[in-house]
Ligand binder design. Sequence first.
Ligand SMILES: [Zn+2]
Length: 410
Amino acid sequence: MVVPVARPPIEDGVVCVASGRIAWVGPRAETPATLQHGEELDLGDVILLPGLVNAHCHLDYTGMAGQIAPPKSFTDWIKSMVSLKGSWSLGEFESSWQSGAAMLLRTGTTTVADIEAVPELIPAAWQRTPLRIHSFRELINVRSRVPAAEMVERAVNDWLSLPNTQNRVGLSPHAPYTTSTELLELAARAAHRRKWRLTTHIAESEQEYEMYMYRQGAMFEWLKSQRDVSECGAGSPIQHLERCGYLDENLLAVHVNYLWRHDAGVLGRNEVSVAHCPRSHDYFQHLRFPREELESAGVNICLGTDSLATARKERGFPLELNLFSEMQMFAGKSPNVAPETILRMATMNGAHALGLKGLIGELSEGACADMIVIPGPPSDGDAYDAILQHRGDVLASMIDGHWAIAPRSV
Ligand SMILES: [Zn+2]
């Protein structure tokens, strides 16, 4: 069963691959004669679907799994995280990054938007995984003495010195509360100039919302002596970013849990994409994710795993980065959303957010040959339901026309 996502499932389907790209997709009986001369591989009774696009991850925090218990408040979590990060060596971040990439690969992700808090790991880390990694350099300037212009320039120069950066690098000003207006503006300008994407955590917690909206709450109290807070008290985090001219189709906003009533419309008008991370949302016990509001405003919503520092262990399942688990958590909390829509969030919508529409996240002619194989649906079963219920590792994974995990028959 071929599930191209961009069109309905195809029983007894065929995907033709040539030079790393998909040359044709359709029912076996209709395979064009010109494409029948290649090597043929019968995968058996399986579902073949596009590799998943993980729209938000921190691979370098994978080894922090289970080390910070779900906190009472988001600000407490940030404080624990800052101290845990401070105690880690470069080697720990490095092995953490590698084990995270291995988890994503075996659980069906083929492209990941990763936040690089330790940019020294790149490009060596890229070379140790077949995954398509889109590396977003994290930028934080609360408490930093380095001027914003210098920080952005250094980040840009580091990325420019890397080999083959096309569709592989971007910038990630961390969040409004950890960045100055100047840093946001400079990062956006630098990204636009080089056609890089931006991604930022926005309105993740109630405390961030309170800080911007009302100049109060635990986050405001914690940060007021560490940074300029003159921008607070003048509307929501989204309104603040709109004033900075930061919202446009180049931006992938992460979390977006706490919205003022016109915020979804602002994001929709500015064509901002949103990455929702269901397990991280559950870990923090945030209020309801405003999916309906965002969807009505036409916002492109995709799914991400976030890091294992914000995942609860599920009884009977290993704590691992796994986009199937994110789809399952989302489905459990949004029973009225069709499985097909959820799969789109984990494939085509992520591709759109990364500026790679038509190239990844779908099995279509001209797209990169990135696909995964999972066990087939029961004879009377629905392919989308079977995908949503899939647990464990994938049977095979192809990236760019090469088997990253070969099927048993190869
Ligand atoms: Zn994050």
